[in-house]
Design a protein around this ligand. Sequence first.
Ligand code: SF4
Ligand code: SF4
Length: 188
Amino acid sequence: MAIGILKIKRKGKMTFWERIYIPEILRGIAITSCHFFINLLGFIPHILFNNERKIFTLYYPEERVKYPDAYRGRPVLVLGDNGVEKCVACGLCEKMCPALCISIQPGETKLSKERYPEGFTIDQARCIVCGFCEEVCPKEAILMSQDIEIANYNRKEILYKKEDLLVPEKDLRMRQGFVRGAFARWKY
Ligand code: SF4
Ligand code: SF4
């Protein structure tokens, strides 16, 4: 098998002005100052009139980024409006997951869906947020949320059980709409 070699072209020689160094220092100071004053000007209306700031810096965690609907955070299970999880424990997501981080224990139920996940765990430490589980699910029962705050010192604490995964459907409507728009057209 042929292995391609990636050649990186570096600029061979510095120009005279780069070699005397001072113009480059002045250029760096000019760029930094420009950013400083743009940010400062963005603050003034906010301080004086409490307007929305026009600069991007956010005061996390008090302020949060509004992610686009296409953004993939940790996968969660949809708790239907009727108070029952939508998952029917078919196992497709478990089979599809490339990181092998989903584990399902199916059980029988008297509800019309007949099967439900008695146990459902996602090892978030292994999950690569690829979204394949969401794509393959025939029931829109697993969706990628906008929750990205999964950092933890203990891997066992991000081994999410069913109770940790369930999120009410009403809180996932935007993602649900995105998924319908994105995948419905493929007609698998
Ligand atoms: S997002 Fe990808 S890696 Fe994570 S649980 Fe779903 S299929 Fe597995
Ligand atoms: S989440 Fe969807 S794909 Fe996974 S077991 Fe439940 S119904 Fe099947």
